[in-house]
Design a protein around this ligand. Structure first.
Ligand code: MIG
Length: 653
């Protein structure tokens, strides 16, 4: 049962697609107050768990912290943070009478989940203009499925997107890219995608390609395709201000950029220098921005990643002028000489300063809406621009698409990657914990930068992280410029990487099948153990193992120098290890706690009692997977219902 409550005049986010009439009943489970902004307060019982909030820090059980929905470009994902790149305002509270809440509000919103008071949830925001959806059901899992149904079907990528993709910020020339492909192919490390970060562009201009480095881009794309490699270019939110650059000229002439209050185009400096932001909340401007993707699609491109769409701002014209004035005073005024800390802070506060979100506006059906009020919708609508355009540009083909920033609703148009993590062991676990939370909010095509984006990685970290990454729909090794080289062939004993990536390809028929079942059935692909074993004493507390699909449990090693790990089995299972010699070890383990040994070059998984899964032979790309090699592993009398299709044709909603 879902009830929809309306407060004030909400902004229509299109997060929910099902038509639900507004009710005038009282809100159950808590108290709503609309005096100073909006707040919803309810109390928690000692053992209630709180799930949801999608892309976020901390646990699967979100209880005990303050989370703030405010999409932010912040590459330091520590426990101390309150926001990451997204706003996924859906939570589920377990307990005697479980319920779910979706706060459809696109501005800054706080979820105090037992932070101020351990047994109290308080959700609040400044403007009492929003929709609140209250869902009740038999269990948290049931509530999630009801929610997923009203927000519409999740994005379905092409099947090649289940292959492995290599990425690194810094590849710039055709030769750089060719080298990466050659190294993988020579070492027989499977690969389907090669990501193009910002350096492929001409001066960081969206939808352009550096002519000198790629004199015949179309031919280059073809050459890569001939080796079964899909190139996936990045698109940034800011459009470079430059006379003669057609995207800029057209956007300016048609008033498709976000404006200041005085009607001039808002200026933000990002990678290209000064840019304007496409007003993707304006349907006309959104269609226009999306139509630009055709420039690359017509050259053979069939995948994109949208970046910097919180939107990230290095500095605005206003912020820049303020600091310039400050520095002038600083240099002139002897009294200030000692305040270098203040100066440092001033300069540092230029980037992603929320003050800038008060300085520009969106034109939504003729009404000027301050960006601050709809901040969390930018990445969603940039990605929607692309997704809606693809339906026109290539209606017969699925296009790979994912974004950094998002809001619920965007899950219908693309996936997400979880942004600038670090080469830290703790981030393997963070990656794992986010997966079910993201699925609850509709995001199924998800993954993290495997091996870690920032900081220097180590060989063992990459291998352990991959043993989780082999299960995530988006499987990509990505790292930042100036960090230690992170391609697999940079490390000793490359064959270990060939083996682990090979395991991914052996599992693709299963992973694709489970992904599609989850997408078509509005279901989750990754679940907390509590969702499958709600009455188990230990399962609800497990935060380092997940259920994947309907057949398996995963439990990767996430500590350095470990030879294995402790694992909890809520029921008897078969412990499976993909060994480096290509064989598969299977051992039945009883219900309970176990220590399992797992070497660096082994991939573990657990098959649930009475189930089996399909496994094929490894291949070097998705198209070369030979379904004739399919065998089943797990319980002998079990059968598995395999979903498959051509992997390309869009599926009607
Ligand atoms: O300011 O394009 O999250 O994946 O490599 C950094 C360069 C901009 C941030 C993305 C990251 C990407 C990087 N980008």
């Amino acid at each position: 049962m879902i009830k929809k409550y309306q407060y004030g005049k909400p902004f229509e986010t299109d997060a929910v697609v099902e038509k639900i009439p507004v009710t005038s009943d009282a809100v159950p489970y808590g108290t709503v107050c609309t005096e100073n902004g909006f707040s919803f307060t309810c109390s928690l019982e000692k053992n209630d768990a709180v799930y949801g909030l999608g892309e976020n820090i901390r646990g699967i059980n979100k209880r005990g912290y303050l989370y703030i929905s405010q999409a932010s470009d912040d590459g330091v994902h520590t426990e101390a943070k309150h926001s990451l790149y997204a706003a996924h305002n859906f939570i589920v509270v377990s307990g005697e009478e479980p319920f779910g809440l979706f706060v459809d509000y696109p501005g800054r919103l706080s979820f105090d989940i037992g932070y101020t008071e351990q047994n109290t949830i308080r959700i609040s925001c400044d403007d009492a203009n929003l929709y609140l959806y209250v869902i009740n059901g038999d269990s948290p899992y049931d509530i999630v499925k009801q929610f997923r149904k009203i927000i519409g079907r999740s994005y379905i990528p092409p099947r090649f997107a289940f292959g492995f993709g290599q990425s690194r910020w810094g590849y710039a020339s055709a030769d750089d890219f060719k080298k990466v492909v050659k190294e993988h192919r020579d070492a027989h490390i499977p690969m389907d995608m090669l990501y193009m970060d910002i350096d492929y562009m001409q001066d960081y201009k969206d939808f352009t390609v550096n002519q000198q480095e790629f004199p015949d881009f179309k031919a280059f794309v073809e050459e890569m395709k001939a080796q079964n490699i899909h190139l996936v270019p990045i698109i940034d939110a800011g459009v470079k201000v430059e006379e003669g650059y057609s995207v800029y000229e057209e956007g300016k002439a048609k008033n498709y950029f976000c404006k200041r209050k005085d009607g001039t185009d808002f200026e933000a400096a990002v990678w290209p220098g000064w840019t304007h932001f496409p007003d993707v909340l304006n349907p006309e401007a959104r269609a226009w921005f999306g139509s630009n993707y055709e420039t690359l699609i017509s050259q053979g491109i069939d995948g994109f990643w949208n970046d910097m769409n919180e939107p990230a701002i290095f500095y605005s014209r206003e912020g820049f002028n303020e600091v310039k004035d400050y520095i002038k005073d600083f240099l002139a005024d002897g009294a200030r000489e000692n305040l270098t800390f203040e100066l440092q802070e001033k300069v540092n506060s230029l980037a992603n300063n929320t003050k800038d979100y008060d300085r520009f506006y969106h034109n939504v059906n003729g009404e000027m809406i301050p960006h601050r009020m709809v901040h969390n919708l930018f990445g969603y609508n940039m990605t929607r621009a692309a997704g809606e355009a693809f339906e026109k540009i290539c209606p017969d083909k699925r296009i790979l698409l994912f974004s950094r920033s998002s809001y619920i609703g965007m899950h219908r148009y693309g996936g997400i990657w979880t942004g600038d993590n670090k080469s830290w062991w703790s981030h393997i676990l963070l990656n794992l914990k986010m997966l079910p939370s993201l699925n609850m909010c509709g995001f199924l095509y998800v993954g993290a930068d495997l091996g870690g984006f920032g900081d220097d990685t180590t060989r063992d970290l990459v291998l352990r992280w991959l043993a989780l990454g082999v299960f995530t729909p988006l499987m990509r090794n990505h790292s930042a410029i100036d960090t230690r080289n992170q391609e697999f062939y940079q490390f000793e004993n490359t064959e270990d990487f060939r083996h682990v990536i090979g395991v991914r390809y052996r599992l693709i028929p299963y992973l694709y099948s489970e992904y599609m079942k989850a997408a078509l059935g509005n279901d989750m692909m990754f679940k907390p153990l509590a969702f499958e074993y709600p009455d188990d004493t230990f399962a609800p507390q497990v935060e380092d193992q997940l259920m994947l699909g309907n057949e398996i449990m995963i439990a990767p090693v996430y500590t350095q120098n470990a030879n294995g790990r402790y694992v909890y089995l809520p029921e008897e299972m078969i412990f499976v290890k993909f060994l480096p010699d290509g064989t598969i070890a299977q051992e039945t383990l009883s219900q309970g706690h176990h220590y399992v040994e797992i070497a660096l070059n082994e991939v573990p998984l657990f098959i649930r009692k009475g189930k089996c899964i399909p496994v094929v032979d490894a291949a070097e790309c998705v198209d070369q997977i030979d379904f004739n090699t399919m065998q089943y592993i797990g319980y002998e009398s079990a059968s598995y219902d395999l979903y498959d299709d051509d992997g390309v044709t869009p599926i009607a909603k």
